[in-house]
Design a protein around this ligand. Structure first.
Ligand SMILES: [Zn+2]
Length: 346
């Protein structure tokens, strides 16, 4: 198992988020990476390498140019226009019949963001680009013959759409890696299995009309959980992508056995698709007591489930790139990541 990580994420350190009507210290902190990295080193999972710098092109294959320019420039423009220096958080959102594109620095955040949980600070764009490079480096490791790689990405990515950030996510690391992989050779196919507690709405949007990237997501039902407005079982893909999007929404309080049953369904769909490689959008907010999942109601998975998830994924006998997404139960996060990776390699 090769681990790709860097310290570039430290530049993204917003002080707060606006969650369920309260301005609170942000859950998605640099400490998460420090804890995961310490656990990986303690367990001697494998060598830790720095990412290669890929440049903007592989990112442009997934995200719109206007959105990338927005992410790169908004913090300074926001400050000049009188926005709060702590972080860019939209006040007015472009939704339904009020959705004209807008570039004013105090309005653009409402056009390019779908919630109040993706605050932007001066170093956000650089950190997000570094996270994309981490994912791309992991993808390249698979192409050069490695069976497993783990991309310790922060900020996470699976909520980010083509031109929309939200839910701590700015650039969709898993989608950028998947796009890079399928472009590596004609006929190359990739499956993305999203096991974060929350639906990977951004990843779904990006590949919804595609048949070369299968998207399978196991998550809390949007009937009671974020992101609420997408992630239902009847979203099956469209056009050429019809049948290549598979959502498995689960009830509140789901425990290990029920979760593993859903996982087996997901893995069967991936086996039927028979991709060249598999990307795991790995969130650990499925763990019992996760404080973000507790907003609305969480799952009840035990630490013992993560090696089992890894073992069952490995039984597909595919090259696997694990990309870090969410997980906020800090005291258990490092051990749960290690457990998943060890299960893969057993
Ligand atoms: Zn999550």
């Amino acid at each position: 198992m090769i681990i790709v990580a860097s310290d570039a994420h430290l530049q993204h350190n917003p002080p707060h988020e606006f969650l369920d009507g309260a301005l609170i210290p942000i859950y998605e902190t640099p400490e998460r990476v420090a804890i995961i990295r310490a656990a990986l080193e303690r367990a001697a999972i494998g060598p830790i390498v720095e990412p290669r710098v890929f440049g903007i092109e592989p990112v442009r294959m997934v995200h719109d140019d206007t959105y990338l320019t927005y992410l790169e420039t908004i913090y300074n423009r926001w400050i000049v226009a009188g926005g709060a220096p702590e972080a860019v958080i939209p006040g007015t959102l472009a939704v339904r019949w009020m959705s004209q594109p807008h570039d004013h620095p105090l309005a653009a955040p409402g056009y390019y963001t779908f919630d109040t949980c993706a605050p932007i600070v001066a170093g956000t764009y650089a950190a997000a680009r570094a996270a994309a490079d981490i994912a791309l480096t992991g993808a390249e490791l698979l192409l050069t013959g490695h069976r497993f790689a783990y991309a310790l990405c922060r900020p996470p990515g699976h909520h980010a759409g083509r031109d929309l950030c939200g839910g701590y996510c700015f650039l969709n690391n898993a989608a950028i890696a998947a796009e890079y992989l399928v472009r590596s050779a004609p006929g190359f196919t990739c499956a993305i299995l999203d096991i974060d507690f929350h639906h990977g709405n951004g990843t779904q949007q990006i590949f919804y009309e595609r048949s070369d990237v299968l998207f399978v997501s196991i998550h809390a039902s949007p009937s009671y959980q974020y992101p609420f407005f997408l992630g239902y079982a009847d979203e099956r893909g469209a056009g050429a992508g019809e049948g290549y999007n598979f959502n498995l929404p689960l009830d509140m309080g789901v425990a290990d056995r029920e979760y593993l049953t859903a996982l087996d369904q997901a893995l069967q769909a991936i086996a039927d698709f028979s991709p060249r490689v598999l990307i795991i959008s790995a969130g650990f907010d499925t763990f019992a007591g996760d404080p973000v999942a507790a907003h609305g109601g969480g799952f009840a998975l035990s630490a013992a489930v993560y090696p089992q998830i890894g073992r069952r994924i490995a039984a597909l006998h595919l090259p696997v790139l694990v990309i870090q997404e969410g997980g906020y139960a800090i005291e258990a996060l490092g051990d749960n990541v290690v457990a998943l990776l060890q299960g893969l390699e057993e």
